[in-house]
Design a protein around this ligand. Structure first.
Ligand code: F6P
Length: 370
């Protein structure tokens, strides 16, 4: 949608699970918007909750100082949706009207929503309610549709890789099986990338349902080659193959991005403890589980994430200055480009079976459990 008057006043919010690089993105938007395009910028607190409740702070040059390297988000975040705001007692209420009212009361020309697939959905909802919206893709899961990469992912990959490195030495000392739980919701990008970078022996991801026998085979094969330990990374959404799905393994090959409906409701189950027990019994090695958890979302962003967040943030400001709204700023190759929110919302990017990383994993001998 093109806007004829020059945008003067914009808001920024961060929503969904936090990740390294959020502050760098806020800084990128605000510095370009105010410094280059002469706009005033406000920050909306605690995601869409602050929009509904009209909780706002001014973002001046002063607030931007030191933000590039800072983890978390100075604006706070929440997973609340404008159309489903929680009420005391567990009920919820559609507060879209209040969100629109805050936007209008502030006289905003555009709202920049920094978040993942859930945020894109909320943003599309507000777009349909008449707001000018731009989103920026962040998440350690890297599962946002239509963008090659999200910021936060590289930092989490570095943390998970370092954890695998550290687990290697202790696994080797004690001749143990080490299982490491890696976040990622229902996509295996983080677990697979860290497993390749850290040299794990087995990596279980949601996109490839695993068979217990295949994991046992990989460990026994290592034992035959005098490897005293094994390192297994388990993505958050990894699942065993149901009997019928086994026959289909290796079936359809998808090209490009694999996009699935983002049924955000259900949380993936944790399977590592059960696997550890079963493996101890079966292969006769001690097994231990390490859950990285929120460590993966904390701390300073890597240089790559700082660059990405800054590129995305400044591009958002440029798009606003041009009057381009209703889009997510996506990374395609080296470019940051607008993609209609309709193409992003409610979809999840998972790893396609023919992705180069899957091929690399197979060639290096990383067991994917199938
Ligand atoms: O989206 C990032 C993420 O850390 C996922 O990897 C994980 O499934 C989820 O958020 C955890 O959510 P919460 O912060 O609500 O516990």
């Amino acid at each position: 949608m093109a806007n004829r008057t020059k945008p003067k006043y914009i808001g920024i919010l961060t929503a969904g699970g936090d990740c390294p690089g959020l502050n760098a993105a806020i800084r990128g938007v605000a510095k370009a918007a105010s410094g280059t395009y002469g706009m005033d910028v406000v920050g909306i607190l605690d995601g869409f909750t602050g929009l509904v409740e009209n909780r706002v702070i001014h973002l001046t040059e002063y607030e931007m100082s030191g933000l590039l390297t800072m983890g978390g988000t100075i604006l706070g975040s929440s997973r609340n949706k404008p159309y489903k705001m929680p009420l005391p007692g567990g009920a919820s209420r559609d507060m879209t009207g209040a969100a629109v009212e805050t936007y209008q009361r502030l006289g905003l020309d555009c709202l920049v929503c920094i978040g993942g697939d859930g945020t894109a959905k909320n943003a599309l909802h507000l777009k349909k309610a008449g707001l000018n919206i731009i989103t920026l893709p962040k998440t350690i899961d890297n599962d946002v549709a239509e963008t090659d990469v999200t910021f936060g992912f590289d930092s989490a990959m570095a943390i998970a890789t370092e954890a695998i490195d550290r687990l290697h030495t202790t696994a080797s000392s004690h001749a143990r099986i080490m299982l490491v739980d890696i976040m990622g919701n229902k996509a295996g990008w983080l677990a697979l990338s860290a497993s390749l970078a850290g040299g794990a022996d087995v990596c279980l991801i949601p996109e490839i349902h695993y068979r217990f026998e295949s994991i046992v085979g990989a460990i026994e094969d290592r034992q035959r080659r005098s490897r005293r330990f094994s390192l297994i990374s388990v993505a958050e959404g990894a699942l065993p193959a149901p009997p019928r799905a086994r026959k289909r393994t290796g079936g359809g090959v998808l090209k490009g991005q694999r996009i699935e409906p983002a049924d955000a409701g259900t949380k993936p189950a944790n399977i590592s403890s059960a696997l550890a027990k079963a493996l101890e019994k079966r292969v006769g090695l001690e097994a231990r589980v390490t859950t990285l958890g929120y460590v993966q979302r904390g701390g300073i962003p890597t240089p790559a994430d700082r660059l990405l967040a800054t590129q995305l943030g400044t591009t958002a400001a440029r798009l606003i200055a041009q009057g381009t709204y209703g889009v997510m700023v996506a990374i395609k190759g080296r470019d940051a480009v607008p993609v209609p929110l309709e193409k992003v919302a409610g979809r999840r990017k998972t790893i396609p079976p023919d992705h180069p990383m899957i091929q690399t994993a197979r060639l290096i001998g990383l067991c994917l459990g199938d």
